[in-house]
Write a protein that binds this ligand. Structure first.
Ligand code: ZN
Length: 107
């Protein structure tokens, strides 16, 4: 039996997971390359840096962008986390997951 979780639900929960991860990284001193103070120095370089997601210092983290702006392969980290937790909950406390009415489809 494989479980097909509701895609919309997975996206909403993955976005929350990403936000929580971001807060944790901020506490560890990381920031988005867009917010990097060292970025100021090279913003006026001509031509501009090739990639928007370029790191400017050791504390720049290239995944620190809003969930909706992330590439699909990076969103997958959050999706895997959400699916793993839901799958584990379903194993350990199936009645709890069913009571949440998550629109889980069994294939
Ligand atoms: Zn930086």
């Amino acid at each position: 039996m494989s479980i097909q979780f509701n895609q919309d639900l997975i996206e909403k929960l993955s976005s929350k997971v990403h936000d929580a991860w971001w807060e944790e990284k901020k506490k560890q001193g990381f920031h988005s390359p867009a917010d990097c103070k060292k970025n100021v120095l090279i913003q006026f370089v001509d031509p501009p840096p090739a990639a928007f997601r370029t790191k400017h210092c050791d504390k720049c983290h290239t995944d620190m962008y809003p969930y909706d702006e992330l590439p699909e392969n990076v969103k997958d980290y959050d999706r895997v986390t959400v699916k793993t937790v839901l799958g584990a909950l379903l194993e350990v406390k199936p009645e709890l997951v069913k009571s949440l009415n998550l629109e889980i489809e069994y294939e």
